[in-house]
Design a protein around this ligand. Structure first.
Ligand code: S3P
Length: 433
């Protein structure tokens, strides 16, 4: 089991480019594979999660070439996938499993989706239920992976009110809808990331969006295109918080995706008083990008508006570190989804914060954090093998007087393979052992 030892540091500076967006990288492989023609992707995330999706489509007969972060996909068309020889192992990646189950439910062949220990505990009933309504046949034990999907079903379009705000569930149903007879419509209880809708349109597929409802009609084709993956705001978030809390910081994060369905972390940090500015805003391939400059900030605790929760859902481990360094109390509610991410992010973060001497109270659907000081010597934090928890506690070293040890950091590779290198180039002092 690998560890980070993050030693105290006070300065953070430089122009930093974090790797490609994970959500967009997954979708680029899926839709590029189902398109007619050759799709060229640049800025692809070379993290284990996106690579799990890539390998799964290779196992289904799609020729995919990779040269660093450039990927070329020889699309097989919407009906061109082949039965994989064995179960598709999706590692730690919930996005791969949930989105791919929508595609695989509509294939002529049977297949099985498996994952690692963490993924095997994550709820899949949320995709099995709507897919079953569409006519899919999927078996699992207690709604958890492995998923056994029986092919050869004819899917029909549905109108589905999403019971939870989840882009993964929405995307799964939209992808199944590509194969379904008639129209598929989904209503969202709150806005969630819309990369699937944007990319479908980019590949020439008609998607109709009206307020909170997204509709498409099955049986059209996707046309190959070029996809430039912007930097991932979820990875950039660690450096935004790091720059806010570091005593001396001036950092610019280059070319970050600022799709409005993803910018909750910017809004939350600004409400907390972050000295954060956007510049050089531009649109590339249907996605918005900007450079984000953050300098040392005096943060204050806030009540996080619930409407921002789905727009910052992956950034809360980093936000909790910001809250720990803020003056006063920060309260998060309406975030019970955090309990079913790669770990129970409310409890695992709360345990780590308590070890560092930060007062907090766990709520069913959130947490209350009292800003304070990280003052415990020889702190050993358990990340529960959750990549975002490992990185969140690593940046806490910018406000520590003693090194912090973080256990189980192996999964940082799933989303941010060069995290340590980039953090150290900016002034942090993290060693992986
Ligand atoms: C993702 C959606 C989010 C997010 C996950 C990636 C996606 O999950 O937490 O890391 O790519 O659609 P939910 O939509 O289930 O909240």
């Amino acid at each position: 089991m690998s560890q980070f030892i993050a030693s105290p540091a006070t300065t953070l500076s430089g122009d930093l480019k974090v790797p490609g967006d994970k959500s967009i990288s997954h979708r680029s492989i899926m839709l590029g594979s189902l398109a007619n023609g050759i799709t060229k992707i640049s800025g692809f995330l070379e993290g284990e999660d996106a690579l799990s999706t890539l390998k799964a489509f290779q196992a289904m007969g799609v020729k995919i070439e990779r040269d660093g972060d450039n990927v070329t996909i020889h699309g097989v068309g919407i009906n061109g996938l082949k039965k994989p020889e064995k179960a598709l192992d999706l590692g730690n990646s919930g996005t791969s499993m949930r989105l791919m189950s929508g595609i695989l439910a509509a294939q002529a062949f049977d297949c099985e989706l498996i994952g690692d220990e963490s993924l095997s505990k994550r709820p899949m009933g949320r995709v099995i239920d709507p897919l079953t309504l569409m006519g899919a046949v999927i078996s699992s034990v207690d709604g958890k992976p492995p998923l056994k999907i029986t092919g050869g079903q004819t899917l029909k379009g549905i109108h589905y009110d999403l019971p939870i705000a989840s882009a993964q569930v929405k995307s799964c149903i939209l992808l199944a809808g590509l194969y379904a007879q008639g129209q598929t419509c989904i209503s969202e209880p709150a806005t969630t990331r819309d990369h699937t809708e944007r990319m479908l349109k980019g590949l020439g597929y008609e998607v109709r969006v009206n307020h909170n409802q997204i509709c498409l009609t099955g049986a059209s084709a996707l046309t190959a295109t070029q996809i430039q993956v912007p930097s991932d705001i979820s990875s950039a978030a660690f450096f935004m918080v790091a720059a806010c809390i570091a005593p001396q910081a001036d950092v610019t994060l280059l070319g970050v995706n600022i799709n409005p369905t993803r910018t909750g972390v910017i809004n939350i940090l600004q409400l907390m008083g972050a000295n954060l500015t956007l510049s050089n805003q531009r649109e590339i391939g249907g996605e918005l990008l900007a450079d984000i400059r953050v300098v040392s900030s005096k943060l204050k605790g806030i009540d996080i508006p619930q409407a921002l929760v789905p727009l910052a859902i992956d950034e809360f481990p980093a936000v909790f570190i910001a809250a720990s360094c803020a003056r006063g109390e920060t309260v998060l509610t309406g975030a019970s989804e955090l309990r079913v991410k790669e770990s129970d992010r409310i409890q695992v973060m709360a345990d780590g914060l308590s070890i560092l001497g930060i007062e907090n109270q766990v709520l069913d659907d959130g947490i209350k954090i009292q800003g304070g000081e990280f003052k415990r010597p020889t702190a050993i934090i358990e990340s529960d093998h959750d990549h975002r928890i490992s990185m969140a506690f690593a940046i806490a070293s910018l406000r520590c007087e003693y090194p912090i040890t973080i256990n189980g950091v192996d999964n940082v590779m799933t989303s941010f393979p060069n995290f340590v290198e980039l953090a150290n180039s900016a002034g942090m002092r993290i060693v992986e052992v």
